[in-house]
Ligand binder design. Structure first.
Ligand code: FE2
Length: 311
C-alpha cells in the first residue's frame, strides 16, 4: 500500500495509480465529506429551504393506463426536514442544483475537492466546477444516460448500485451525444437488456465515491434506503474540446447533412467546430433551461406517498 492520505484529505485512500486512472477508468474511492457537517439531515433540511426554487428539481413518476411518465414537482410550503421525510416514504427524486452559486460554504468545499485532485493528478487543470445534492427515495432509479462533463458521485447516506457501461459507440452513439449537447432531448438514452452483459456494477455506500470516463453511460438503482448523494462536475481543456467537436458535428449534421464526422478531440477541426458551436448558440438555435417546465405534483409531508398531484 502506498496511500498518501492525511487526516484532512477529502479522498482518504488515494494511491499512486489513481493519478493515471482518474478520468480514464471507473474508480471507487473513500471520502470524508460526511465529516464536514455539511450533509447531516439538519444541514440538508436548511439547504433545501435556502435553495432558489429554480434550482430545486423534483421528479416523480406516474402510471396512467399502464404507461409510466415523468412529472416535475414543487416544494410548496413544506419544510426541508419534512421534505426529506416525504422522500423517504415516497417515490421522489430531489436534485438541489448549483449549490456553490448560493451557499458559500459548499463552494469552499467544492474548490477544496478540486484543489486536492489537481494536486494529485499531474497536469490536471479543471474549471466550471459544479456541486449538486441528490436526495432520492428507497428503490428509486436513474435510467440509462450519459453526462456532458467530467462527473463524480459521492455517497453520503443510504446505498445504491451503479451500473457503468463502456463509452464506445455500441453503447453511446455520436448522434445521441450530439442530441444531449444540443439540448434537443431530456429523454433517457435507448437501453437494451443485453447492455447489462457488458456493465460494471458496483455498490456505493456512505463514504464512497466514484468517477468514470467522459460520456460513459450509466444507470443507478437505489437500494431500499433513503439515498443522499453529492454530484460534482468539472471541465478540462480536453473535455471542452470534445464538447466543441461533438457540438460542431451536431450542427453540421443538421445544416449540411454531413455524415462520418471525426470525433477526435484534437486537430484543426476542433477550432472550426468550436466556432460553429458558438455561432449556433448565438443564433439561439439551442434550447435553454429545463426542457419541460410544467409542475405535476407538490411535496406533501402528510400524504402517504409524500406528494399530491396538481390538476
Ligand atoms: Fe449521470
Amino acid at each position: 500500500m502506498n496511500a498518501i492520505s492525511t487526516k484532512t484529505d477529502i479522498i482518504s485512500n488515494w494511491q499512486k495509480q489513481h493519478e493515471i486512472l482518474f478520468g480514464q477508468q471507473a474508480i471507487k474511492l473513500n471520502h470524508t465529506l460526511i465529516d464536514t457537517g455539511l450533509f447531516t439531515r439538519e444541514a440538508l433540511g436548511r439547504l433545501i429551504e435556502r435553495c432558489p426554487p429554480e434550482e430545486l428539481g423534483l421528479v416523480s413518476r406516474r402510471t396512467v393506463d399502464g404507461v409510466q411518465s415523468r412529472m416535475f414537482g414543487e416544494l410548496g410550503e413544506t419544510s426541508g426536514l419534512d421534505a426529506i421525510d416525504a422522500i423517504e416514504r415516497g417515490k421522489i427524486w430531489m436534485n438541489i442544483r448549483r449549490v456553490m452559486d448560493w451557499a458559500p460554504e459548499y463552494r469552499s468545499l467544492l474548490e477544496r475537492v478540486f484543489a486536492e485532485f489537481e494536486n494529485r493528478v499531474p497536469n490536471l487543470k479543471t474549471f466550471k466546477h459544479n456541486l449538486g445534492v441528490l436526495i432520492s427515495s428507497p428503490k428509486a432509479e436513474v435510467f440509462y444516460h450519459a453526462d456532458i462533463q467530467g462527473q463524480s458521485l459521492w455517497q453520503i447516506s443510504g446505498s445504491k448500485r451503479v451500473y457503468l457501461y463502456p463509452n464506445n459507440s455500441a453503447f453511446v452513439s455520436p448522434e445521441s451525444i450530439e442530441k444531449i449537447l444540443l439540448r434537443e432531448t431530456d429523454e433517457d438514452m435507448a437501453f437494451k437488456s443485453w447492455h447489462d452483459t457488458y456493465a460494471t456494477p458496483f455498490d456505493l455506500n456512505p463514504g464512497e465515491m466514484t468517477t468514470w470516463p467522459l460520456y460513459a453511460p450509466h444507470r443507478v438503482d437505489n437500494h431500499d434506503s433513503l439515498n443522499v448523494s453529492v454530484t460534482m462536475e468539472h471541465w478540462t481543456k480536453p473535455i471542452w474540446n470534445t464538447y466543441a467537436v461533438h457540438y460542431g458535428n451536431g450542427v453540421l449534421r443538421r445544416t449540411l447533412g454531413l455524415k462520418n464526422l471525426s470525433t477526435a478531440p484534437q486537430g484543426l477541426h476542433v477550432y472550426s467546430k468550436a466556432a460553429l458551436a458558438f455561432a449556433w448558440k448565438k443564433l439561439g438555435k439551442q434550447e435553454t433551461g429545463d426542457v419541460i417546465k410544467q409542475r405535476g405534483f407538490r411535496i406533501d409531508a402528510d400524504a402517504p406517498s409524500g406528494i399530491v398531484e396538481l390538476a
